[in-house]
Write a protein that binds this ligand. Sequence first.
Ligand code: FA5
Length: 345
Amino acid sequence: MNISETIQELRQRFEAELASVENRDAVEKLRVAYLGKRGEVTQLLAGLKSLSGEEKKEFGQKINLLKRDVEGRIAEHIEAVKKAEEERLILGAEQYDVTLPSLHPHTGSYHPITLVQRELEEIFSSMGFTVEDFKEIVTDYECFEALNIPKHHPARDMQDTYYLDNGQLLKTHTSAAQNSIMRKYGAPLRAIFPGRCFRNESTDASHENTFFQMEGIMIDTDISISNLIYFMKTMLSKVFRQDVEVRLRPGFFPFVEPGFELDISCHICGGKGCSTCHGSGWIELCPCGMIHPSVLRAGGIDPEKYTGFAFGLGLTRLAMMRYGIKDIRDLNSGDLRVLSQFTHE
Ligand code: FA5
């Protein structure tokens, strides 16, 4: 092959290799292969030394032309590759679909007590009960005296109370709203009033110093214990979606007569006995009874004409049984790993 043919072959090979180059690194490699110290064009130029004067002139011009062409083509290609890379970037951004959901969507969840409370509100609303809200700081009259618990009555010891400096107190039970609600609506009356309660007691798996109850009252001309039992059974079978084993035992509360303790079989151990039910197999859930005539009278309702029942459901404990939560303290922990597991079915 003479020098002209070598130059021709080199030019064609360079163009073929350049055509398949797609990024800046590859262009740089090609530049070094042809124009670097030991590059093919550089070596051709070095070979001129051995040629005669005429040949040197003729081929020197041709090789220098090749060199300039190769340099020019490489510079053009670097520009083209740069532009293509920028376009790919822009195109990439344009291809981002803003309507797709994020890879790890974080949705909030309701607290298990909220879920159970809402369920109960639906159940009782469907049975004609209104849902009432009540304050958390109450008077001694509302929490005790209106409920037939005068000052120095031993029943006050049943609930360790947080008193405030101004003589008011943190509601120890939702019964504290009974008097206001009776006065507000009169009889006949069907109402539930869920709320947060506070008691100065030490905590364990089933006792907290801050917990929720849901009070219910029904007052009319002919209300009896049968009505009370019917509403309790309906409520529990709807919440648990099956018949629930309950036991009713006599219970003393100055604001009801007769009074009962309604316990349900512990859903954590299936009634065998565990730390949640303190080994008894039963959970104290919903004390209840027929409203004491003195309480009706204090609420402005004539006990000669009307009778009624009241219950004080342990909402926090119901949430525990409903969702199989072994320790009541988990519910106040604020630990989202625990609390975000529960959903409304
Ligand atoms: C009362 O609070 C009465 N006011 C209930 C009542 C209302 C009786 C109407 C009759 C008529 P007791 O102190 O037992 O009762 O509490 C009622 C329910 O609240 C208990 O059965 C239990 O489920 C829940 N409870 C009470 N103390 C705690 C506590 N420290 N932690 C969690 N739940 C509690």
